[in-house]
Design a binder for this molecule. Structure first.
Ligand code: GLA
Ligand code: GLA
Length: 685
C-alpha cells in the first residue's frame, strides 16, 4: 500500500500519557485544580475541547476563546501538552436551528432533531462552512503554541446511530458519485446486476439511498452507499485537515478511529491521517486476543507504523450492559498490551467524571469524590510514572511479522448485504478467529488490507474472503507462486468488487492457485456439527481423531490440490475438507469448513512451521494459556520481548537461553520468566 502522509509522521519524543478533558463542564476553580492534579497523575498531554463548539462559538461569527486561553495556560504551565481538538463533533443548537441542512435524516427518511453528537450531515454545505471557520479560528489562535503536539479532528466520525445520513443532499451526492464511479448508466446496470428482478434503471435520478423501508434487494445499492458515505465523512475530515495543514504545516493531524467499525472503510482514511489513533473499549468479557486483533488492525492501516491509543476507560464504560470495574492491574496490563502492539500513547476517556449528562457514570481518572487516594487515580498515576521511566526505548518500534491476515471492509459490507448462505456468518468473527488462532501460538501477525504489498509475508491467511478483487487475487497468486504459503477458507473469492459471482464459481481467480473448485456448499444450523479427519498426522493434528467443524461445509473438486483431511459425516463423508496445492515455489491451503479454535490454531501453526515461523519463545513454543507474547524492534534494531499474563494463575514462560533484562524492574531473567496474574515483562535481549 503506498501511503503518502500529508505531513511528516510525528516522531513523538516521549510516550504520550493523558486523555480527554472537558473543561467546559467545570468552573474556573476546578480547572485550576485539574491542572495541578494532572501533574500528580503524571499526565503529559490532554485532549480538548472535543465537544467545545458551543462554548467557543456561541453564535455565528462570535468566538469566545478567553476561557480556553486560561485552560491552555493552566495545563501547559503544569507541563501538560495539548492534543487540540477542532471541536466540530457536536454542533451547537443555533447551528442546527439556523441551518437545518446540518441535521441528518435517518434510514427511514425522518429528519432527526437537534440534540445528539456526531450527528451532522457529512454533505451539508453549512456544516462544512461553519466547521471550517471554527477550525481556522482555533488553528490561528493556538497553532504556534509551544505545547501543541497534535490536532484531534472531530471525534469518532460516524459514531452515532444510524451512522449515515439519508437526506436528499446525500442522495444527490450519491447519484453524482455513481456517475463518476461508473461513467454511464449502462455500466452501472451491468455492475449492479439490475437485470435481476427487472431492477434496470433508465436514469440516475431513479436511484435513492437504501432506506430501511425501501428497496432491499439491490445489494450493490447498499455496498456503494457505504462506499459513498464513508468517503463523505472522510471528505469532512480532509476539509478540516487541509485548513490545519495550511496554518500549522508541522503539526500532525489525526482523528480517533474505532477499531473494526463497520460504517467507515478506515483503510481509505489511513491515507489521509498523519498518524492512526483509536479508542479501545474492551468489555469485561472481551478475550484479550480480540483486543490484540483490534490493535493489529489499526497498526496495519498504515503499513505497521506505530499508532496512538487515544482513549480507553480507566475503570468502566457506562454504555456497557454492566459497568464492571477493571480489577486492580488490568488497566496497566491493557495499556502495555497496546504498547506491545505498536502504541505510542496511553490515553483515557476521561479526566474528570462529569456531574451531569449521559456519561456521568462513565469511568474517569478523577471520580466525583475528587480524591487522589482512590484506587483508580493511584493506578493511573503509578502507570504514568512507570511509563515515563521507560524513556524513549519503546518508541518507534515495529512488530516484525512474516504472517498476514487479510481484513477488508468491502468484503465485510458485501457479506452483510448477502442473502445466504447462513445467518450465522460473521466476517469480523471469522477474521478475528484466524488472528486469535495465530496469536495463541505466539505468532507475530499483521492485519492487512486488499491493497497490501505482500512481498514481506511468507504466510498469507485470507479468512472468509468472499469479495475478492481481480488485482488482489493477482497479488496473492504472484506472491504464492514466488514462494509464499496461502491459506484460504470456505466461501472465499466468491464475488468481485461489484458483488458479482466470479465466472466459473468459487474460488474464482484463486482456483488455479488453490487447485480446486467449489461444487456446492452446505450450511449447518447453529449447534450442528460436522467433523473432519486428517489422512496423516499434520503438526499436532492426529490422524485418528475427529475434529469438530461447523457453520459451512463445502464440497470441492480437486484439480491439482491434494486432500489433507476429509469430512467424517453425512453424505459427503470421506470427501476432502482441507486441501493443499503446490503453486510455483509456494503452497496454497484450502480449508473448506470452519474448525474450532484449537484445531484451527494447530493447523495454522503447522503451516507456519513449514516456513520456519514460530513464536519468539524457546523452541518456538506457544505461550502458556492466558499469556500473550509480542516482539517490537526499535528503529535502532533493539528487540523488546513483551510478555503479558492476562490469566488468573501464575505462569512460567521459557524464553530460551541467554539472559534478558526486564526494563521495568532492571531484573535479569534467564531461561524461564515467571509471571503472576496481571504481570508484564518488557525484556531486552
Ligand atoms: C418465489 C418467487 C421466485 C423466487 C423464489 C425463491 O417462489 O416466485 O421468483 O424468488 O421465491 O425461493
Ligand atoms: C467514545 C467517545 C468519548 C466518550 C467515550 C465513552 O470513545 O469518543 O467522547 O463518549 O466513547 O466510552
Amino acid at each position: 500500500m503506498s501511503i503518502r502522509p500529508a505531513s511528516p509522521r510525528p516522531r513523538v519524543a516521549r510516550l504520550l500519557y493523558g486523555g480527554d478533558y472537558n473543561p467546559e463542564q467545570w468552573p474556573e476553580r476546578v480547572r485550576e485544580e485539574d491542572a495541578r492534579l494532572m501533574r500528580v497523575a503524571n499526565w503529559n498531554i490532554a485532549t480538548l475541547p472535543v465537544f467545545g463548539w458551543a462554548h467557543l462559538n456561541p453564535s455565528e461569527s462570535v468566538y469566545t476563546f478567553a476561557w480556553l486561553d486560561r485552560v491552555v495556560e493552566h495545563l501547559t504551565g503544569a507541563g501538560v501538552d495539548l492534543c487540540l481538538a477542532t471541536a466540530t463533533a457536536s454542533t451547537p443548537a443555533w447551528v442546527d436551528q439556523q441551518y437545518p441542512d446540518v441535521l441528518t435524516v435517518d434510514e427511514q427518511g425522518r429528519k432527526r432533531p437537534h440534540g445528539n453528537r456526531h450527528a451532522f450531515c457529512p454533505n451539508s454545505p453549512s456544516y462544512r462552512r461553519l466547521a471550517g471557520s471554527l477550525v481556522r479560528e482555533i488553528a490561528t489562535r493556538y497553532g504556534n503554541h509551544p505545547g501543541l503536539r497534535l490536532w484531534h479532528v472531530n471525534n469518532e466520525y460516524g459514531g452515532s446511530w444510524p451512522n449515515y445520513c439519508y437526506c436528499e443532499r446525500c442522495a444527490q451526492g450519491f447519484r453524482s458519485y455513481l456517475e463518476r464511479r461508473y461513467g454511464s448508466l449502462s455500466r452501472l446496470n451491468e455492475a449492479w446486476s439490475t437485470a435481476f428482478w427487472g431492477h434496470t434503471y433508465s436514469s440516475f435520478s431513479q436511484i435513492d439511498p437504501p432506506f430501511s423501508h425501501g428497496e432491499g434487494s439491490i445489494q450493490m445499492l447498499k455496498i456503494d452507499w457505504r462506499r459513498f458515505q464513508s468517503s463523505s465523512y472522510l471528505s469532512c475530515f480532509e476539509h478540516e485537515a487541509a485548513i490545519l495543514r495550511q496554518i500549522t504545516p508541522g503539526v500532525p493531524v489525526t482523528t480517533n478511529l474505532m477499531g473494526a467499525f463497520q460504517a467507515l472503510d478506515y483503510r481509505q482514511w489511513a491515507k489521509s491521517v498523519d498518524v492512526v489513533s483509536w479508542d479501545s473499549y474492551p468489555m469485561s468479557d472481551t478475550p484479550f486476543a480480540e483486543v490484540a486483533f483490534s490493535h493489529a488492525l489499526m497498526r496495519g492501516l498504515r503499513d505497521g507504523e506505530p499508532f496512538l491509543l487515544m482513549e480507553q476507560s480507566p475503570s468502566h464504560q457506562n454504555w456497557a450492559p454492566y459497568c464492571r470495574l477493571k480489577p486492580p492491574g488490568q488497566l496497566r496490563l491493557q495499556s502495555y498490551q497496546a504498547i506491545a502492539h505498536g502504541a505510542e500513547s496511553v490515553m483515557y476517556f476521561q479526566w474528570r467524571k462529569s456531574r451531569g449528562g449521559i456519561e456521568k457514570l462513565h469511568g474517569a481518572v478523577v471520580e466525583h469524590h475528587g480524591r487522589t487516594d482512590a484506587r483508580v487515580f493511584r493506578e493511573v498515576a503509578a502507570l504514568g510514572k512507570e511509563l515515563a521511566s521507560l524513556g524513549d526505548e519503546t518508541l518507534g518500534g515495529r512488530i516484525p511479522s512474516r504472517v498476514a491476515v487479510v481484513f477488508d471492509w468491502e468484503c465485510w459490507w458485501a457479506l452483510n448485504a448477502s442473502s445466504g448462505p447462513s445467518r450465522d456468518l460473521d466476517y469480523h468473527r471469522e477474521v478475528t478467529n484466524a488472528y486469535a488462532a495465530l496469536h495463541s501460538g505466539g505468532i507475530q501477525t499483521d492485519v492487512v488490507g486488499p491493497e497490501a504489498d505482500l512481498a514481506r509475508y511468507d504466510v498469507i491467511v485470507a479468512p472468509l474472503a468472499y469479495l475478492m478483487r481481480a488485482d488482489q487475487a493477482a497479488r496473492i497468486a504472484d506472491r504464492t507462486r514466488a514462494g509464499a504459503t496461502l491459506v484460504a477458507t470456505f466461501f472465499s473469492a466468491v464475488v468481485d468488487d461489484n458483488d458479482r459471482i466470479h465466472e466459473g464459481g468459487a474460488p474464482g481467480p484463486l482456483r488455479d492457485v488453490l487447485g480446486m473448485t467449489v461444487e456446492e456448499l452446505d450450511a449447518l444450523p447453529e449447534g450442528a456439527r460436522q467433523a473432519l479427519r486428517f489422512d496423516h498426522p499434520f503438526g499436532e493434528l492426529a490422524a485418528d481423531a475427529d475434529y469438530p467443524a461447523s457453520l459451512l461445509c463445502e464440497r470441492v473438486w480437486l484439480h491439482g490440490a491434494k486432500p489433507l483431511a476429509r469430512y467424517a459425516h453425512d453424505f459427503y463423508a470421506g470427501q476432502p475438507a482441507v486441501t493443499v496445492n503446490t503453486h510455483g515455489e509456494g503452497k496454497a491451503y484450502y480449508v473448506a469448513t470452519r474448525l474450532e479454535r484449537n484445531a484451527w490454531s494447530s493447523l495454522l501453526r503447522a503451516i507456519c512451521a513449514e516456513r520456519g515461523i514460530a513464536s519468539p519463545l524457546d523452541r518456538g513454543a506457544p505461550p502458556p494459556d492466558g499469556v500473550e507474547v509480542t516482539v517490537r524492534v526499535s528503529p535502532g534494531g533493539k528487540e523488546l520481548l513483551y510478555l503479558l499474563n492476562h490469566g488468573l494463575v501464575p505462569r512460567s514462560v521459557a524464553i530460551g537461553p541467554g539472559g534478558r533484562i526486564d526494563r521495568l524492574t532492571g531484573n535479569r531473567v534467564t531461561d524461564v520468566a515467571r509471571l503472576e496474574p496481571g504481570d508484564v515483562l518488557v525484556l531486552e535481549a
